[in-house]
Ligand binder design. Structure first.
Ligand code: CA
Length: 227
């Protein structure tokens, strides 16, 4: 197992090195966000431990940027214990959040849990067709079907649906969706998103006013329900 620790204090990597034998885990550390992101790209770790208080940038930003390209489990380790910080970290794609101080046993248990989740995720990967209720989305063929009938979507509708399918079951924030589907200049154009979400619901939901698949997460964003 390879662990990357992004943290300006060495205490956490020391704790991990104490806890795992040398043949159990290789612990690599970076003390800035920038160096940490490069290390993740280079080392391809099994799990990342990420501090929020970094000298060059906020760990939340590091988390968000890692999630643009990697599914590696990220466990945030932070002295910040406020609910808002946890919610933001989870929305930014963190898998877990630990408040300092914590013990070695808890840390090891959480690392085990995120490894289990990522293995399960990988095992599920070869299935390219998403199904939920009567809806079927074939990401490879770019085909959407409702009760077996092909549904015609515009390019933007499809892009939006595909993004939600790729993160099925997870809450995506308005900003994340706008940035990915429309581009970074559009992160404040909430009404675009509302209009297109309405169109998608109209095409896919039996009752668009009471959506079962494309759920609104009030004040946060949207979630596509996975079965
Ligand atoms: Ca720190």
């Amino acid at each position: 197992m390879r662990i990357v620790v992004i943290e300006d204090e060495r205490a956490i990597s020391r704790l991990i090195r104490t806890g795992y034998g040398r043949d159990e885990a290789e612990v690599l550390d970076a003390t800035t966000g920038e160096a940490g992101m490069q290390l993740v790209a280079k080392a391809n770790p099994d799990v990342v431990l990420l501090d929020l208080g970094l000298p060059d940038m906020d760990g939340q930003e590091v988390c968000r940027r890692l999630r643009e390209w990697t599914d590696v489990p990220i466990i945030v380790v932070s002295a910040r214990g406020k609910e808002d910080d946890k919610v933001l970290a989870l929305d930014n794609g963190a898998d877990d959040y630990m408040t300092k101080p914590f013990g070695l046993n808890e840390l090891q248990a959480r690392v085990r849990a995120s490894l289990r989740h990522s293995l399960r995720r990988k095992a599920a990967e070869p299935e390219p067709v998403f199904r939920s209720g009567d809806i079927e989305v074939d990401l490879q063929a770019r085909v959407v079907r409702l009760t077996g009938e092909e549904v015609r979507l515009t390019a933007t509708e499809y892009k939006l649906l595909a993004m939600l399918v790729r993160h099925a079951g997870m809450v995506l924030t308005h900003k994340q969706i706008l940035e990915e589907v429309w581009g970074p200049a559009y992160v404040d154009e909430l009404h675009y998103l509302r209009v297109y979400m309405g169109q998608l619901r109209h095409k896919l939901e039996p009752d668009p006013t009471r959506p079962r698949l494309l759920r609104t997460e009030s004040g946060v964003g949207y979630r596509l329900m996975a079965e």
